[in-house]
Design a protein around this ligand. Structure first.
Ligand code: FMN
Length: 381
């Protein structure tokens, strides 16, 4: 018989770590570093499998992939080779014991009946460790590839609402129900089995517009936000504002951000490597292609702002740079926790090469600060 796990167990990613640490973007070539350096991330299956096992053993809490259907171009065709995220999660969950693995799914591209069943299948493979990052669409040319027209911005989230409502009905005890939405129409729909353990997969979203954020706060367990970099006070206020907006919907939401880590024995070494990868050897042709996709050009925003955005993009497409020796990196992560964040999705230039040092040096520091424990999942097999 399946044990009955509460959603809270899943939302806490099944362990006692006060501050969660995950890896972001490892299913994509180059990960989140727009760089030419030859050690940049391959995103091959074997590298992903090794990384997941390493992360599982070291106590990393989650793996969050990016749903990307075509690369950004440039010399490296940044994120041009990507593993599809739900099948990626299925393979990784079968090969690990405690880590939470997300799939990232474009709601308009996956029929809700297929999506609901895929998610349940993967959730059973992981015995309750699967999560869904629900995205409604970003890059126009990805949708063109499918022959699917992106809806107007507000309608994307209206569609997303119907999509997740329909999926939650299929996960519930309802059987043979009709769903009569504006966009989605289902007749006598049913789906068996239900998600693992009498609960459902954790849901997250990272909308940044007011309508996107409201969608996340109404529907999801975790909200990912690009952290303002101005100061700890500004970040703290930002997190507070998100949480208080969630309370308007009667929701208590966990807020996360994403960061890009360069950690070396000395801060001078870390800064030198960061400069080497992200400035001296950035793939500037890919950076410009990313910006062009967002219609950010010198003509549109002015030369100074364009230059600022270029530097920002090369580094993990805007993720928070966390550069330093283990003490400094641990302190910067602790600051995120102090600001009220529940956790962070991190990227490295080469995840597999750099993770062991990070786990050996930074995680014990966070344990000593009381932010993490060595405790393992209550759901481990
Ligand atoms: C952490 C994070 C992960 C995201 N993952 C994806 C993704 O995998 N695929 C995608 O198309 N968009 C992704 N997005 C984009 C968001 O889903 C969202 O579309 C974007 O922040 C713009 O917000 P808006 O839709 O409210 O305008 C991500 C954003 C963040 C901050």
């Amino acid at each position: 018989m399946q044990p009955n796990h509460s959603l809270r167990d899943r939302a806490a990613m099944n362990n006692a770590n006060a501050f969660k640490i995950g890896l972001f973007g490892a299913n994509c070539s180059s990960g989140r570093a727009v760089t030419l350096v030859t050690e940049r991330w391959s995103a091959s299956w074997t590298d992903n499998l090794d990384l997941a096992k390493l992360s599982d053993d070291a106590g990393i809490d989650f793996l969050l992939p990016i749903a990307r259907w075509r690369g950004y171009g440039g010399h490296t065709d940044y994120q041009g080779s990507t593993l599809e995220t739900v099948t990626w999660a299925a393979g990784l969950l079968a090969a690990t014991k405690r880590i939470t693995v997300f799939g990232t799914v474009h709601a308009p591209l996956f029929h809700p009946i297929i999506a609901a069943k895929e998610f349940v299948t993967v959730d059973h493979i992981g015995q309750g460790r699967f999560g869904v990052n629900l995205v409604v669409g970003w890059n126009e040319d990805e949708f063109d590839m499918f022959g699917v027209k992106q809806r107007e911005h507000e309608d994307r989230y209206a569609y997303g609402q119907e999509w997740i409502d329909a999926i939650k009905m299929m996960w519930s005890d309802r059987a043979d129900f009709d769903f009569d939405g504006k966009f989605i129409k289902l007749r006598s729909a049913r789906s068996e089995p239900k998600p693992f353990g009498g609960s459902r997969p954790m849901l997250m979203n990272a909308g940044s517009s007011p309508v996107g954020r409201a969608f996340a706060l109404r529907n999801c367990d975790a909200f990912f936000t690009n952290a303002p970099r101005d100061s700890l006070d500004v970040l703290t206020e930002h997190v507070k504002a998100v949480k208080s907006e969630a309370r308007q919907y009667d929701r208590d939401i966990d807020v996360y951000t994403v960061g890009v880590v360069t950690c070396r024995p000395t801060s001078a070494q870390a800064e030198a490597y960061y400069r080497h990868c992200i400035i001296d050897n950035a793939d500037w042709s890919a950076v410009d292609a990313i910006l062009a996709k967002k219609k950010i050009t010198p003509e549109a925003v002015g030369a100074d702002e364009f230059e600022r955005q270029r530097k920002h993009q090369a580094n993990g497409m805007g993720g928070l740079p966390i550069v330093g020796d283990p003490d400094l990196v641990a302190q910067q992560l602790a600051n995120l926790s102090t600001a009220g964040l529940r956790g962070v999705g991190l990227s490295f230039i080469n995840y597999k090469d750099e993770l062991p040092f990070f786990c050996a040096e930074v995680l014990p520091r966070l344990q000593r600060m009381g932010l993490r424990t060595a405790e393992r999942s209550s759901l481990s097999r």
